[in-house]
Design a protein around this ligand. Structure first.
Ligand SMILES: N[C@@H](CCC(=O)N[C@@H](CS)C(=O)NCC(=O)O)C(=O)O
Length: 381
């Protein structure tokens, strides 16, 4: 069935104007004689009717997509798109319970909406599937190590709500390959997942350095991992976060090394559909609340005690002053619920990927701006 909402949106998006003008311009021109003029008038009438139906359906689609909070409340949970399994970021345990930095962003949204961090269901998605799942309404938010790029932000009808992990692409190789720099990789075979910036960066990097490579492309993460493990390619080139996670699964980690080059910027963050500013604000401010909480020293352990704080910043964060929850359609204690139930950004980072975990990732550029990093949130006021 044709989804007129999508057609209407696509025509507007591709042409920058309504569908009527776009379609009419492809019909007979009125200054081309009487017969053509009549034909034009007739086509115009038919077209107005079709466009009318499409526009109404389109409005319907916009209205439906503009009510994500209502939809989420009605069904009682947030549907969150995650990876199929990337330790530390989004991965299920044997019992099927999901955890990770990206998972906690979704738990934060659930806590803000319902006061319950467990009111969330997860959809595991490959790189190729993820944007369609969001566009089609199958998920409410995509939180899956997804790089914010201009085309994804401006051409897919989607909005990036922040950066919950600043990453960059790296290379892993077998030590037996005998290289110690990515610049020695010309002619190498590279296992890569389709639909990723990883694939695009490889092309750029090898081209920019006048080198060649043989891509061995797969759709599923497990296929890429298995192929590298089985020596079907020389190089494994994902985001550094993926390298940390992948290394955990290698049979003999000591046989492999990470080359020193980081070849790209990969700002990873949650994504929502365009056309629903309220939901966009909710996801954005859940992320900001976690960062602000870390900056103010509000943690899951001391959130209750902090309710008595007389620091105006803490009072606004925890809903004791102002009506910030109301302005995004939530209760006054939305951010208190996030921090109490999920934690501040630093806690979430340490718990999932930090030095005390198997991944042992340092805060690096993901430290707060006040500690030399890039994590910075606008104030709640
Ligand atoms: N950040 C990059 C790469 C993200 C990505 O999908 N990376 C692969 C590893 S190379 C992955 O995590 N796959 C997980 C999955 O398919 O479940 C992007 O947004 O395109």
């Amino acid at each position: 069935m044709i989804d007129f909402g999508v057609v209407y949106y696509r025509v507007q998006r591709d042409t920058g104007r309504g569908p009527g003008k776009w379609l009419l311009s492809s019909l007979a021109h009125p200054k081309q004689g009487n017969r053509k003029k009549r034909l034009y008038q007739m086509n115009k009438k038919i077209l107005s009717a079709v466009v009318g139906v499409a526009a109404v359906a389109g409005m319907g689609a916009t209205v439906a997509s503009a009510a994500t909070l209502d939809d989420v409340k009605a069904k009682g949970f947030v549907q969150c798109g995650v990876s199929t399994g990337l330790a530390g970021f989004s991965a299920p345990n044997d019992a099927g319970d999901w955890s990770g930095l990206d998972v906690d962003l979704c738990r934060g949204v659930a806590a803000a909406v319902f006061g319950d961090a467990t009111a969330v269901k997860f959809s595991p998605l490959s790189a190729k599937e993820r944007f369609t799942a969001l566009q089609s309404g199958e998920i409410d938010v995509l939180s899956r190590n997804t790089t914010w790029t201009m085309s994804r932000d401006t051409q897919l009808g989607l909005n990036f709500a922040g950066v919950n992990y600043y990453d960059g692409q790296g290379f892993m190789v077998r030590k037996s390959l005998g290289v110690n720099s990515a610049l020695q990789l010309s002619g190498a075979s590279v296992c890569v997942q389709t639909g990723t910036t990883t694939e695009l960066n490889l092309t750029d990097y090898f081209k920019a350095n006048d080198m060649t490579y043989n891509p061995v492309v797969f759709e599923k993460l497990e296929e890429v991992n298995a192929a590298y493990d089985a020596n079907r390619c020389d190089v494994y080139p994902p985001d550094q976060s993926g390298l940390y996670s992948f290394r955990l699964g290698l049979s003999n980690a000591d046989d492999h090394m990470v080359l020193p080059e980081v070849i790209s910027k990969e700002p990873l963050g949650p994504v929502v559909r365009q056309g629903d500013d309220q939901w966009f604000s909710i996801v954005k401010w859940v992320h900001f609340a976690m960062i602000n909480a870390e900056e103010m020293g509000v943690t899951s352990a001391n959130a209750d005690e902090m309710l008595n704080s007389t620091d105006p910043n803490v009072m606004r964060l925890l809903g004791k002053e102002g009506n910030f929850g109301e302005s995004i359609g939530l209760d006054a204690d939305w951010a208190y619920n996030v921090v109490k139930n999920v934690g501040n950004y630093g806690e979430v980072f340490e718990r999932n990927v930090g030095e005390s975990t198997q991944l042992k990732i340092g805060r690096g550029v993901n430290a707060l701006w006040s500690k030399g990093g890039l994590q910075y949130a606008p104030p709640i006021r």
